[in-house]
Design a binder for this molecule. Structure first.
Ligand code: ADP
Ligand code: GN1
Ligand code: MG
Length: 348
């Protein structure tokens, strides 16, 4: 790793570099130098992001825009020794270095309802900060990223190809997801008919993609900007709920522990709408709960497809990891169906 680090304009000499965090996509390392100075080093995932140059151009533009508007923390790229915002290694790998956001915490699970409110405030404020960013100038990093019917097509392909020979063992899960395919087009239909506007959205609004201040858990910085691109607010709202308002981890094996926490849901909706509700159209506001249900379904469809494809997309820690994740998403989607009226109430 020293060969990579020596190509960045570091403050001090690296004394350690170790794998860090729980991201499913990039290879992330915490780097400490003798000063001491802390950095986040990442090898970008070229399978997930075929247009790595586009990823980095989007991030550079979005962080520059946010930096002009805030005196708080913002993701800061550290340049290479020859002044470039990222490094292309001899073997073609892309590497980038961020300043480590000091005195921050990254939560896998909200420690209190207040924490979850703070994450809603952070993502709502992120929406505000980028409301005047020229949405068409962004590269669409992964085309049809949150096009749920398209994700269903990919699931059908995965079932047909059955590359890992796993389809027979997961007939019940396949059946459960396919029985919900009809409802998957809800948001895309409204987007295509112009009833929902495209905005600059984050598209991966998990709780662990926002850093809170260690001392009081106030929002510090939204991270993981790889998928910032034109999208629907409902999906940003929805992915936060999918991940953060579940009573269990995304990869909980005991499905009895997986359900939707209505107090967390209601707190998030309230704080998100307080932060950016004024900017939303009535149709956007009304479709926020649908975003939660469809993002949960879509994420489950993606985990199931990846399981069938042999775990080529998401990082996994054991062979059934994607299957376990797909089951939790299904259970959570069922819980949302059961609580549908309560979910709609705060967004009317
Ligand atoms: P992935 O796309 O794989 O999810 P992330 O960019 O989200 O990668 O980074 C993985 C983890 O690294 C985050 O969840 C967070 O814990 C940590 N992290 C990333 N960037 C920073 C930063 N600038 N300062 C502190 N921690 C960070
Ligand atoms: C991935 O990078 P990470 O771990 O924050 C994925 C999201 C999924 C999420 C599921 C680029 O997010 O779309 O919702 O895993 N990111 C990409 O946990 O596919
Ligand atoms: Mg992440």
């Amino acid at each position: 790793m020293n060969a990579i680090l020596s190509r960045f304009a570091l403050c001090g000499t690296p004394i350690s570099c170790a794998r860090y965090g729980n991201g499913h996509i990039n290879e992330t390392y915490l780097v400490v130098t003798n000063r001491p100075h802390l950095y986040i080093l990442q090898k970008l995932n070229g399978y997930v992001f075929p247009n790595l140059q586009g990823v980095m151009d989007n991030i550079a533009a979005v962080t520059a825009h946010i930096r002009k508007k805030t005196d708080g923390d913002c993701l800061t790229l550290v340049p290479t020794t020859d002044g470039k915002p990222y490094l292309i290694a001899e073997n073609g790998d892309y590497w980038r270095l961020y300043e480590f956001v000091l005195n921050s915490v990254c939560l896998e699970k909200a420690e209190s309802i207040g924490d979850f409110r703070q994450s809603a405030a952070a993502f709502g404020e992120f929406q505000n900060q980028l409301s005047d960013f020229p949405v068409q100038s962004l590269v669409e990093i992964i085309p049809q990223f949150h096009d749920t019917p398209h994700r269903y097509l990919q699931l059908h392909e995965a079932i047909e190809n059955d590359r890992a020979g796993r389809a027979n063992g997961v007939k019940a899960e396949i059946q459960a997801y396919l029985s919900r395919e009809k409802e998957a087009a809800g948001l895309m239909t409204l987007q295509n008919s112009g009833e929902l506007p495209l905005r600059v959205t984050h598209n991966d609004t998990k709780l662990n993609n926002v850093l809170l201040r260690e001392s009081d858990h106030r929002p510090l910085c939204v991270i993981d900007l790889d998928t910032v691109m034109p999208g629907l607010v409902a999906n940003d709202f929805g992915d936060s709920i999918r991940f953060g308002a579940s009573t269990a981890a995304e990869d909980e094996k005991d499905l009895d522990r997986v359900s939707l926490s209505l107090p967390l849901y209601e707190a998030y909706a309230d704080a998100f709408l307080s932060a950016c509700g004024d900017r939303l159209t009535a149709a956007e506001r009304k479709t926020l709960p649908l975003g939660a249900r469809l993002m949960t379904l879509e994420c489950g469809v993606r985990f199931l497809a990846d399981y069938l494809n042999g775990d080529v997309y998401f990082h996994t820690a054991y062979p059934e990891h994607n299957l376990v994740r797909c089951r939790t998403q299904l259970k959570l989607a069922e819980e949302m169906e059961r609580n549908w009226q309560r979910m709609e109430a705060p967004c009317r």
